[in-house]
Design a protein around this ligand. Sequence first.
Ligand SMILES: [Mn+2]
Length: 395
Amino acid sequence: MNEEKELGLAAEGTDTPATIEEVDAERGAVAAVAGDELPRPAGAVQPTARTINRTQPADSAPAINGADTTHTAADSRTVDVAQAAALLRDADDIFLLTHEYPDGDTLGSAFALCRALRAMGKRAQVKLCADTLPGKYAYMQKGLAEQEFDPRFICAVDVADPRLLGGNLVPYADKVDLCIDHHESRVAYARHTLADASCAAAAMLAAAVIDALGVPWDAAIAACIYTAVATDTGCFKYTNTDARAHLLAARAMGYAIRTGAINRAMFDVKSRARIELERLALTGMRFYMEGRVAVMPVTLKMVAKSGARENDMEGLAPLPRQIEGVDAGVMLRELSANVYKVSVRTGERANAAAICQTLGGGGHQRAAGCTLTGSCTQVVRKILAAVKDEMNPEE
Ligand SMILES: [Mn+2]
């Protein structure tokens, strides 16, 4: 316990049920914080090179780590907006790929580009990792008939790492012709890459490409662009929000889109299962380092108990950071036994990307992630060690 205290590993406020420890007790792992020297519980998932995360200011978006991708940085040619537009102008039969657990940015960028390319008379189709588009984004594809064709040009949007092309899109991961992305940490995997980490949303690049293609916006394109920018700026609240983000949103609002309804669907409406999951997750939250770090586990058991489905999970990661005095808020989402998706949100005094990079992940300064294996306590220990190294001194 003394060592735990020294490491800042001892949870504060232990009068509530010790969820992190209970998680491990249920797994048959050792209940105490014990670290990597412990034998792995029988049947545990072994550490894997796959260390992806999908974190963004908006909540779910990609970030990276650089191992074993098909293309190397040298393969990928950096292009500017005009060059990206020229590639698309010369192309036809275009697939627009989105990242797994799609968010408003990847979807909004892809559907806006798809609409623009179809307006040019091209065949274009947005492709998702899963078979269905989450209901709240249905308006993006309204009126866009499904087109069946074999792709001759593949463009990935908001996809920072080919391994974020899960499910249906795995076969295309090494065939991407153009990547349009705005993540700070990225893997170079496409033949051509248009990237600008100063953009709050990938849609800012997508909009610039649409303009370079000379396609006039309509209300449908505007709604897609607005949604994307709103999503990735947390409804214009995150520190990545700049004048360009507001100006782009303002331009979209000129098309008489229903921003109130979009914002309510994106940011306010929650299912009852989601609220129940929040209640369970908050009960399990623990504080460390004098309350500067909050860790919130979201276990498979909590998900099952709440009845939450995948589309109920979006936007959970920022919760711990909402608490006064918390510089680093961490969500641990249990993906399978002993595999946790870690989402880190930080304030001015910590760099989420730096924390996650030391753990094999990456992302943005204020929002990043990684995937860690081990018992819940082991994972918490790894994270706290990384946080401690990266945390700026308190003023
Ligand atoms: Mn994005």
